[in-house]
Design a protein around this ligand. Structure first.
Ligand SMILES: [Zn+2]
Ligand SMILES: [Zn+2]
Ligand SMILES: [Zn+2]
Ligand SMILES: [Zn+2]
Length: 372
């Protein structure tokens, strides 16, 4: 995403940050990267349907989380290119280390296409209000979630829905009163379903490995490890020594320490830019929060075209702070979400190509042992 300054940096990563902006700047025609609200679809004709965006756990429609505009200038078919991430709104579907409630789609277009001007858009002039709202009707999008809207309201035929689920939500939220009225096509927009909307801006990561600091940290970790083993041995002795053998204790302690080390590597890297919500590094390696549940190459399924997938970007836990998902009981949660896409960015199949996401949660030891 960043221009050609990469080579001089010791990091190949672009960081993403959320920013407030005028909502018109996040419309499809401006090719935005964005968080929350409705998706700004790239290909406008064959947007994913409710079925394609159904949560793999509860089966209800997922909600738009974010999209990353990431063209590949070397590939004519990817002059415009956007990767979309959706997730279920129900915290109960967000189980640890499972990506079953996420949906990923990639869309791309050549410079000459059916939807957008050949020349870049005028970014200083907001489009007329009516024209903006018109797009949803023209392209038959669900007025609640902005996804493919296969059903129209059978009474007024003025609004469309991706399915029964969102029709019922909208009916309760205001369409019941608006249906049949002169302006029934106006958005009700009271449905508390979408995530808050933000612009997603990127800048190159300015980072170099601080060897001195790292060395100190290793020493600290070694001391912690020794202390931990001493405690373990005491516990064992106190319990009559009938449990684990010393060899097992050492192995367990080593494993836990390595685990914490990964978490401190993560924290050290993020500390300089703690507000980062995204790390973009096409073909790179994700910054894992834990050594547990790291995928091997076999864990990343090939694209339907037969080519392997490569890492493209990861969503950071910091994003959760902007989503207003905290509740007393349970909450949507992740350590990191790593998104993998087709190495060829192929055009096989539909306009929206399913891609792959790997979710990693914090390990138990990292959470209890360190101040996050
Ligand atoms: Zn669900
Ligand atoms: Zn919908
Ligand atoms: Zn109606
Ligand atoms: Zn492919």
């Amino acid at each position: 995403m960043a221009e050609s300054t990469r080579e001089e940096k010791s990091s190949s990563v672009d960081l993403g940050f959320v920013e407030e902006t005028d909502s018109w700047r996040l419309l499809s025609r401006f090719f935005p990267s964005k968080v929350g609200g409705k998706p700004a679809w790239l290909d406008l004709l064959s947007v994913p349907t409710a079925c394609e965006l159904a949560c793999g756990v509860c089966g209800k429609p997922t909600v738009f989380l974010l999209q990353v505009y990431s063209p590949r200038t070397e590939q004519a078919t990817c002059f415009h290119r956007t990767v979309f991430v959706f997730c279920c709104r129900d915290p109960a579907c967000h189980t640890a280390n499972s990506s079953a409630c996420f949906r990923i789609h990639r869309s791309q277009l050549p410079r000459q296409n059916d939807f957008y001007d050949f020349e870049p858009p005028d970014e200083d002039t907001p489009p007329p209000e009516a024209e903006v709202w018109q797009a949803e009707k023209v392209w038959n999008l669900c007025c609640v979630c902005g996804c493919g809207g296969g059903k129209a309201c059978s009474r007024c035929h003025q609004v469309r829905y991706c399915g029964k689920e969102h029709q019922v939500l909208d009916w309760k939220a205001g369409h019941k009163a608006a249906c049949g009225a002169e302006d029934s096509s106006l958005p009700t927009a009271h449905v508390q379903l979408l995530f808050p909307e933000f612009d997603l801006v990127t800048e190159a990561e300015d980072w170099r490995e601080e060897t001195e600091g790292a060395g100190k940290d290793e020493e600290e970790k070694l001391r912690e490890c020794e202390e931990y083993m001493r405690q373990l041995r005491q516990t064992q002795e106190g319990a009559g020594g009938s449990g684990l053998k010393e060899k097992d204790l050492e192995a367990a302690a080593r494993q836990e320490t390595e685990e914490d080390q990964q978490f401190s590597v993560f924290r050290r890297r993020v500390r300089k830019e703690p507000e980062q919500v995204l790390r973009y590094d096409l073909g790179g390696v994700p910054l894992w929060v834990s050594r547990q549940h790291v995928p091997s190459t076999e864990d990343i399924p090939d694209c339907t075209c037969g080519a392997p997938r490569q890492f493209e970007f990861q969503v950071m836990p910091q994003l959760l702070n902007y989503l207003q998902v905290d509740s007393l009981k349970e909450s949507i949660d992740w350590g990191t979400l790593a998104v993998y896409t087709c190495v060829n960015s192929c055009d096989v199949g539909k306009a929206y190509h399913p891609e792959f996401l790997w979710k990693q949660n914090y390990s138990e030891t990292a959470l209890t042992g360190a101040s996050v």
